[in-house]
Design a protein around this ligand. Structure first.
Ligand code: PAZ
Length: 312
């Protein structure tokens, strides 16, 4: 049995930077609400499940945050202000294009003793310039707020705080829940304080179900918002049924279903009324188009229709 969400908050302390993040969220939402802008909350990357209070080991999942980081850029392009709530050290909008050695390889070092300079290689300027321009524009206009989580408990605290701040936006708030959130965890009260010792033998680790936050999120925290959740599966036969189950249970607007193996080329949009595939053509793939461009465009159309039909 999953523990109840209220019980979870009572028994798990907020992360240490929680109050700072709450203030940032509040200021960001108030500022953009006062100008009538839409805000997209994009969650991204995977949560961890610690095995010890002084955490040396934890259960993790595969998500690198590609979908969330790319989608955040497309929401900015579509004129949204974006709260990018992501796993620490997962991919981020803009910098994701130059991960690892790629960035270093774009630079040239001109070593002239005390007058050392660094320049961008001429053939890299075309690649760097548009990304840098978009990054600077987002920063200078204060259109993006970055907040981070690591554990599933951090994520829970941050998500509720973000929802509390987004509530006053009503239907102008869009929640795009692409993070891969653990379904299982070890309650804080059952965690050992210190590193598990191998000298006592192989540990038996017993995981419990996490409470499903979509329930209070949709019905209590942001009842007027446009909520989009993601559903990942590895068995194609159950994907649409699971997405539809989720819609029936939580009564939100849209589930984007995706398969682990094909998620970069194809997703399925499941609404209470219908389901349809959104996929990249061969030509779009060759031209380097990203599926998040299509996903976000479709979500924005649905959000606009929702806003147009919203009865205050
Ligand atoms: O981070 P990524 O781009 O590698 O993967 C994205 C994703 C598969 C985690 C996302 O599209 C998704 O399905 N998130 C929800 C996962 C779930 O809880 O079912």
């Amino acid at each position: 049995m999953a523990s109840h969400w209220e019980e979870f908050y009572k028994t798990h302390l907020p992360p240490t930077d929680f109050e700072d993040n709450r203030s940032l969220l509040k200021e960001f939402c108030e500022r953009h609400n006062s100008t009538g802008e839409r805000i997209a909350l994009v969650t991204s990357g995977g949560t961890t499940v610690p095995l010890e209070h002084n955490t040396v080991r934890f259960v993790d999942n595969f998500s690198a945050g590609t979908r969330g980081a790319a989608s955040a850029e497309y929401f900015l392009e579509q004129g949204y202000a974006v709260i990018f709530m992501h796993r620490t050290k997962s991919l981020e909008p803009f910098t994701r294009h130059f991960n690892g050695q790629k960035f270093m390889d774009m630079l040239e070092l001109h070593d002239r003793g005390p007058n050392t300079t660094i320049t961008v290689k001429p053939d890299s300027v075309d690649v760097l310039a548009p990304v840098l321009a978009n990054y600077k524009a987002a920063q200078e206009t204060g259109k993006i707020l970055y907040v981070t989580f690591t554990t599933v408990s951090d994520y829970f605290w941050l998500l509720r705080a973000a929802c509390e701040c987004l509530g006053p936006l009503g239907p102008k708030a869009l929640l795009y829940l692409a993070a891969a959130v653990s379904d299982f965890y070890i309650p804080s009260s059952e965690l050992p304080t210190h590193k598990i010792q191998s000298s006592v033998g192989a540990p038996t680790i017993s995981l419990q179900l996490v409470p499903k936050l979509l329930a209070p999120l949709v019905s209590l925290w942001v009842p007027q918002a446009f909520v989009v959740s993601f559903k990942l599966e590895t068995d194609e036969n159950i994907l649409i049924a699971k997405a539809r189950d989720s819609l029936n249970k939580y009564k939100h607007k849209l589930v984007v279903g995706n398969m682990l193996q094909t998620r970069r080329q194809k997703v399925v949009f499941v609404t209470p009324e219908s389901s349809y595939e959104v996929l990249l053509s061969r030509e779009q793939m060759i031209n380097g188009m990203e599926i998040e461009d299509l996903i976000v465009s479709n979500v924005v159309i649905s959000h606009s229709n929702f806003l147009a039909s919203f009865k205050y």
